[in-house]
Design a protein around this ligand. Structure first.
Ligand code: SF4
Length: 326
């Protein structure tokens, strides 16, 4: 049984009427997305800003309500739980945000912020146990237990992210949704946080849904990758395979923008024309066709299905054929 299973999830928002050109009044933020995450695994969710990855992640843990589809966690359907039942399960899945400064209360010390997470789920047996757990959590994320007394403004960006991680870990979750957790940090600090997340995964067996716009980052932490464009999955599969040999023209363009250290590399940058279209008024056929260098006439009319082209490797493109049967 998978830890998390997402089936045909759709997320819709009511559009701002002033921006509407069509009558539907609906933003298709997430369109028919399915995937699974195994215990202790990291699934990377990649795509440009506005492609629906954050909406998808929030719908998965029901911070927003999906329009349709289902989400299963440890075999239980989360999308059917009432508010009280959902609250009691929340401990098992936590979220880390891009800028912890906006989620940490400036008037609370690091110790109080972590202690609050322990208190919400009644995980302490007395004051001494609470103090000890806070110290252990700070050490686990590479901070000094003495830091418990400091306020958010006394920490660097990387240290604040460590506090955000400690707060998420306080309830010993099985899944952590990481929403662009290193995008606001310097490159050297990014590597430290990625290494920390990997170490914690090894020692605690946590699974991650890791959201980023940066394929270079996601390759270092994920076992599998899901590439999204305009609310739909364009390519999914093993991280190494996709990063070495991407099949979808959109993944190829994203990867071509990743800097390569090898001076002999023949990789050429693929510049995509324009910006991603609005999900209020998505293009007909393949959503990528207005920007795709390989688009054909049928791409404007027919939406390509996400098809299996190899073991666990799926691509949604008319030009990428599945292997012949038998
Ligand atoms: Fe490009 Fe057509 Fe493939 Fe879409 S279906 S990615 S437009 S070639």
């Amino acid at each position: 049984m998978s830890l998390l299973e997402v089936c045909n999830l759709k997320v819709r928002f009511q559009a701002d009427r002033r921006r509407l050109r069509r009558s539907s009044g609906c933003v298709r933020a997430v369109d028919d997305v399915s995937f699974a995450i195994e215990p202790g695994e990291t699934l990377g969710l990649v795509g440009e800003s506005g492609c629906g990855k954050t909406s998808l992640a929030r719908a998965v843990i029901r911070l927003i309500e999906p329009a349709s589809g289902s989400v299963w966690f440890e075999g239980e359907e989360l999308t059917r739980l009432d508010a009280a039942a959902l609250r009691s399960r929340r401990r098992k899945f936590q979220m880390i945000f891009q800028d912890p400064y906006t989620t940490l209360d400036p008037l609370m010390t690091a110790g109080e912020a972590i202690g609050e997470a322990l208190d919400v789920h009644q995980l302490c047996q007395g004051e001494e146990d609470r103090r000890r757990q806070i110290e252990v959590l700070l050490s686990e994320v590479g901070l000094d237990p003495e830091h418990a007394r400091r306020y958010p403004h006394e920490f660097s960006g990387g240290q604040r992210q460590r506090i955000g991680i400690a707060r998420a870990l306080a309830v010993r979750p099985k899944l952590v949704v990481c929403d662009e957790p290193v995008s606001a940090l310097d490159v050297s600090v990014q590597a430290q946080i990625i290494n920390l997340l990997r170490e914690l995964q090894r020692s605690l067996g946590i699974a991650y849904l890791f959201i980023t716009h940066d394929l270079a980052v996601v390759e270092h932490i994920s076992q599998r990758i899901l590439v999204m464009y305009l609310g739909r999955v364009m390519e999914a599969g093993e991280a190494k395979l996709i990063c070495r040999s991407p099949k979808h023209p959109y993944t190829q363009a994203l990867l071509s923008a990743v800097p390569v250290l090898d001076p002999d590399s023949k990789r050429q940058r693929i510049i995509l024309p324009g910006e991603p279209p609005s999900p209020i008024d998505p293009p007909s056929g393949c959503p990528f066709h207005p920007r795709c260098p390989l688009a054909e006439a049928r791409c404007r009319e027919q939406t390509p299905a996400l098809r299996e082209i190899g073991a666990g490797h799926q691509v949604a493109c008319h030009l990428v054929a599945p292997p012949p049967m038998g």
